[in-house]
Ligand binder design. Structure first.
Ligand code: SAH
Length: 254
């Protein structure tokens, strides 16, 4: 997902900012950098030193003349803006942006562009109006303009958080199917029978025991495999209980 998010820097004047933006991207696992009509040479000693190991992003950056060329293959284009403009446009927060990414990038062909403006004057109205939405990083309203690379860092971080959340939810998918209702009911019947057999549960004095065990088990959303293990324990417990009571009976008979 992260390699299909293009960071587009328009009219950048300081090579150091290009290097620092590349570093911020690489730190967060993003790799697609495009420079639109940069007002400086992109690869300089300063940009390479500020890239601090991410110089392959600077060297590999696509350099084009217009915003249209940079985002032609992108399905969603979001402009990063330090201030609100005259014409209201759909505004999203960096967190909203992250939340949208997995859906926007679900199709493997899809690409998203994040567009950043000039250090001195930001994005023009014409550029902002080529964006589906604008993202504003919440700041001190009296001092709202971040350094270009710092703005790239914040948005790249939100992209990474969204990507990590996606990984996490995939990992949370149970490896085994969950137990279904019927299997759970068989388990509860078996559990109650065993608890009665070993004298732990007296149906005449239930004290909500089965309800509490049900709530506990249902909260855990057990997998079928886990329920089978529990039922195996119950079966062995019943077997042991039967052996013991058999022994007692035999004892008395002797
Ligand atoms: N002085 C310019 C801002 C330049 S900062 C202005 O007032 O518009 C360079 C770029 O960093 C901006 O064009 C924007 O893309 C990004 N940026 C800086 N601060 C930001 C913020 N608070 N929210 C979103 N993007 C921001």
């Amino acid at each position: 997902m992260l390699d299909r998010i293009r960071f587009v820097l328009i009219g950048t004047s300081h090579p150091g900012n290009i290097g620092a933006a590349a570093r911020a991207m690489h730190n967060m696992g993003a790799s697609d950098l495009a420079l639109v009509a940069p007002r400086c040479t992109a690869v300089t000693a300063d940009s390479i030193s500020r890239a601090s190991g991410a110089d392959h992003l600077v060297n590999g950056a696509q350099v084009v003349e217009t915003l249209e060329q940079a985002v032609a293959d992108c399905t969603l284009v979001v402009g990063a803006s330090a201030r609100s403009r005259t014409l209201p446009w759909p505004m999203i927060t960096p967190r909203d942006l992250g939340a949208r990414l997995p859906g926007e990038l679900a199709d493997r062909e899809a690409r998203v562009a994040l567009v950043f403006g000039r250090e001195d004057s930001g994005l023009t109205n014409a550029e902002l109006q080529r964006c589906h939405a604008h993202v504003h990083i919440p700041t001190n309203p009296d001092f709202s303009s971040l350094n270009l690379a710092a703005a790239v860092q914040v948005l790249a971080y939100e992209c990474r958080l969204a990507w990590l959340a996606g990984q996490e939810s995939q990992r949370e998918e149970p490896a085994q199917p969950l137990a279904n209702h019927a299997e759970l009911e068989h388990y509860f019947t078996h559990l109650e029978r065993t608890l009665v057999t070993i004298g732990f549960h007296d149906p005449a004095m239930p004290r909500q025991l089965m309800a509490r065990l049900r709530r506990f088990t249902l909260r855990a959303r057990p997998e079928r495999m886990e329920l089978n293990i529990l039922r195996g324990i119950l079966s062995d417990t019943e077997k042991l209980a039967a052996e013991r009571s058999g022994n007692k009976v035999r004892h008395r008979e002797e």
